[in-house]
Write a protein that binds this ligand. Sequence first.
Ligand code: CTP
Ligand code: MG
Length: 231
Amino acid sequence: MIPEQHYCAVVVAGGKGVRAGGDVPKQFQVLDDKPVVMHTLEAFYSFNTNIRLILVLPHDFIEYWRQLCQTYQFVLPHTVVEGGDTRFQSVKNGLAKVGDDEVVAIHDAARPFVSPQLIAQCFEMALHHQCGVVPTIDETNSVRLVTSVGSRVLDRSAIRVVQTPQVFPAHLLQEAYETPFETSFTDDASVAEHHGIDIHLVEGEVTNIKITTPLDWVLAEHLIKLSKRQL
Ligand code: CTP
Ligand code: MG
């Protein structure tokens, strides 16, 4: 086991949240008693109180975030970094603040329900195997592949739906992110794989939703009530 202070999490909150709607990007909207991203940061702190938290924010919301921290008396120590136009660039900016001897989790701010247990499992496996670790869940819908001549059925059991946190030895992911952006880079594992890093899958959590559309707010309100009952 490496010392605890080598754990680091980059929480990417640099997006505009266009699909989710609302007056401010989804990561700043209040869920139950506080903004979404505060729940997300607290999940990592619950996993380990020595973890280094790096929060990537849109340029225009950095001052707004400072005000939110005062309003909600949010005191978890964290480093704020300015994001970029793409998730790729936001992660890259966050990684610049990560030590190459650390193990780093990259996590979507819009996934506030991740459990400390899943975070722990991802860190443990990344450390043990010195590889990338990605939580995935079953696809429950039937899926089809669109082709040039129409579409054809895909074997659903061969499909896994990808979540975050995605955890890596930091130096490996930092090297991977030196590559120029490609549109096929939809997550960190795709960047890592492009660089030849092994990716291990672990079972994710159906409750670890990414708040993406207005309907997700309905589920999120329900999940937060459930999680409080379980405390
Ligand atoms: N993200 C980011 N920087 C960007 C784009 C996205 O840090 N330039 C973050 C988002 O804040 C979010 C996570 O990446 O926590 C997952 O992205 P997504 O769910 O697509 O969020 P948004 O891009 O904000 O939403 P939308 O695509 O609907 O605008
Ligand atoms: Mg997006």
